[in-house]
Write a protein that binds this ligand. Structure first.
Ligand code: NAD
Length: 538
């Protein structure tokens, strides 16, 4: 079947047996899969099998790229970028707005692939086409404004004209994780191409198909095919090959890998943005709407099984409402439907891998062994699928426990009581991370004042994480060990540009004129500096 035909569905009718038919896959039509995997620039002849975390069914064999393939990807991307940089920004905007429509039109197919590859609940998968549509619309409407040449005041009013240009960096390497496989593979690259760059992307090995569907949609929207190359393989190999050639790196993933990448970029003196891990805190103040806070906490903690960089893993609740809040939060958590199917019926799906399950199990077992209490969940659920873990609430977590300060990146939250708001802010600021936070309070002015004291790149008031994430004009990123640089907004676009100042000097030059001595020139300049200050000039 044609992968680009929205009327045709990628799922096969009944299970085929790959043991007897090497081209078959239990879950997806092999022709559909080949239409996607052919998009990987790879010549090694080697493939790596990907299985669905839902039931272990094989999904695809992903061709693996060599260093020479990465070289070829950059060669093509550089040629495409030179033409692209001359394409009017209004034309780039038009293609982004087409992408917006395509993503919405083909969302069922996108959701199927995301669910099959990641095992997340369909409602959590929906956040991904939604975020890409928002991103495409945002840059489709603002790229020209952000990239416009700016006039700035020159040193001599009227005689020095300064124009500031935003020049594309060239070819941007985008290295992305598996947790939001469609949006993480696309969103940062969209800003890069909007700014006139090309992209060489290395999505995570576990979720290549969603990323490759994104590549197909870009082409369908009208972007030149070579403007965005996709390579595949282990991060330490293919990622390193990309960093060795790129003009800028956009990395999303763990703090440990981010530090390695930062060092390699420093070695080459290229810029990078690093979107890393978090141990995000939610504050539920004494005047919060308890039901609303409990609903928000359930989403904040368990979206995509907690495999979300901005998910909440620490919940600080005012003493006065602690018992009532915890009762509502536990009730909502216990009422969640777990399951991994393509339908909309599940509140939470499976974790993506054995590694993710092992971390969740280890964090909970360690906490319980050291005295924490399990208020909800706490167990793996092999009856539902190989990597299922229950949505879990812990109480009585102390600093000796692994989950106190380390990111679980799973469906596990620790609930703590606080006695004053100053104490809550201090505890929220504990540790080394600083990605996201949430505050629930009916007094939004007070909540905003508290937000300014929290060391994190985003703070959501009376919402879990979506208010900042979906407000595309608002920059997003981490303080401290949660990263460097920002995605979204003007900042998310301008990181991919070099700022160039062009000054045009009229009449007067910066040296003595008309036979003036150096000393007289210095005196004249001194007098003009005093005058400009007196006139209020910056
Ligand atoms: P990871 O760092 O292991 O992998 C992320 C990507 O980096 C993958 O594509 C991987 O192949 C590649 N990679 C791995 N080692 C590499 C190396 N040495 N050189 C170059 N590339 C390399 O991260 P993960 O465990 O897959 O993802 C989960 C982490 O990502 C969590 O910590 C989570 O908080 C974080 N995350 C952050 C954001 C954000 O926006 N801040 C978003 C999603 C995930």
């Amino acid at each position: 079947m044609s992968a680009s035909n929205p009327d045709r569905h990628p799922l096969v009718e009944g299970p085929r047996d790959p043991e007897h038919d090497p081209g078959a896959s239990y879950a997806l039509d092999p022709k559909y899969v080949a239409g996607l995997t052919d998009r990987v620039l790879a010549s090694s002849g080697e493939t790596v099998e990907v299985r669905s975390p839902i039931d272990g069914a094989p999904l695809a064999h992903i061709p693996q790229s060599t260093d020479a393939d990465v070289e070829e990807a950059f060669r093509r991307a550089r040629a495409a970028q030179e033409r692209w940089a001359r394409t009017p920004v209004k034309e780039r905007e038009r293609l982004l707005l087409r992408l917006h429509d395509l993503v919405l039109d083909r969302q069922e197919e996108i959701l199927d692939l995301i669910v099959l590859e990641s095992g997340k609940a369909r409602k959590h998968a929906f956040d991904e086409p939604l975020h890409i549509a928002l991103t495409a619309r945002y840059y489709g409407r603002t790229a020209a404004k952000h990239l416009a040449t700016e006039r700035r005041p020159g040193v001599i009013p009227g005689l020095t004209r300064v124009d500031v240009n935003h020049v594309p960096k060239g070819v941007v390497g985008v290295i992305s994780p598996w947790n939001y496989p469609f949006t993480m593979a696309l969103c940062d690259g969209l800003a890069a191409i909007a700014a006139g760059n090309a992209v060489v992307a290395k999505p995570d090995a576990q979720t290549m198909l969603s990323a490759l569907l994104g590549h197909e949609l870009l082409e369908q929207a009208g972007f030149p095919r070579d403007l965005w190359a996709v390579v595949a393989g282990p991060g330490s190999k293919v990622g390193t090959s990309i960093i060795a050639r790129a003009d800028y790196i956009c990395f999303t993933g763990s703090t440990a890998t981010g530090k390695l990448i930062g060092k390699q970029c420093a070695e080459r003196l290229i810029g990078c943005s690093l979107e890393l891990g978090g141990k995000n805190a939610m504050l539920v103040l004494a005047d919060a709407d308890i039901e609303r806070a409990a609903e928000g906490a359930t989403r904040a903690v368990f979206s995509n099984g907690g495999q979300l960089c901005v998910s909440i893993e620490r919940l600080y609740v005012a003493d006065a409402i602690y018992d009532r809040f915890v009762e509502r939060f536990v009730a909502r958590t216990q009422a969640m439907t777990l399951g991994a199917t393509l339908a909309w019926e599940n509140d939470m799906g499976t974790l993506i891998s054995q590694d993710q399950l092992d971390t969740a199990v280890a964090h909970v077992e360690d906490a319980v062994a050291k005295g924490a209490r399990v208020l909800a969940g706490g167990k793996a659920r092999p009856d539902l699928g190989p990597f299922f873990f229950e949505p879990t609430i812990l109480e009585g977590v102390t600093p000796e426990m692994t989950c106190f300060g380390n990111e679980t990146f799973g469906p596990v939250v620790s609930v703590y009581r606080f006695h004053s708001e100053a104490e809550a802010v201090e505890r929220a600021n504990d540790g080394d991370y600083g990605l996201n936070a949430a505050i629930y309070s009916r007094d939004t002015d007070r909540a905003r004042a508290l937000a300014a004291r929290i060391k994190s790149g985003t703070v959501n008031i009376n919402e879990a994480f979506a208010a900042t994430f979906a407000s595309l004009d608002a920059p997003m990123g981490g303080f401290r060990q949660s990263g460097m640089g920002r995605r979204q907004g003007a900042e998310g676009l301008l990181r991919y540009t070099e700022t160039q100042s062009v000054a045009t000097q009229k009449l007067m030059r910066f040296s003595p004129m008309f036979g003036m001595s150096d000393e007289a020139y210095a005196k004249t300049m001194t007098a003009s500096l005093r005058l400009l200050k007196a006139l209020g000039r910056a």
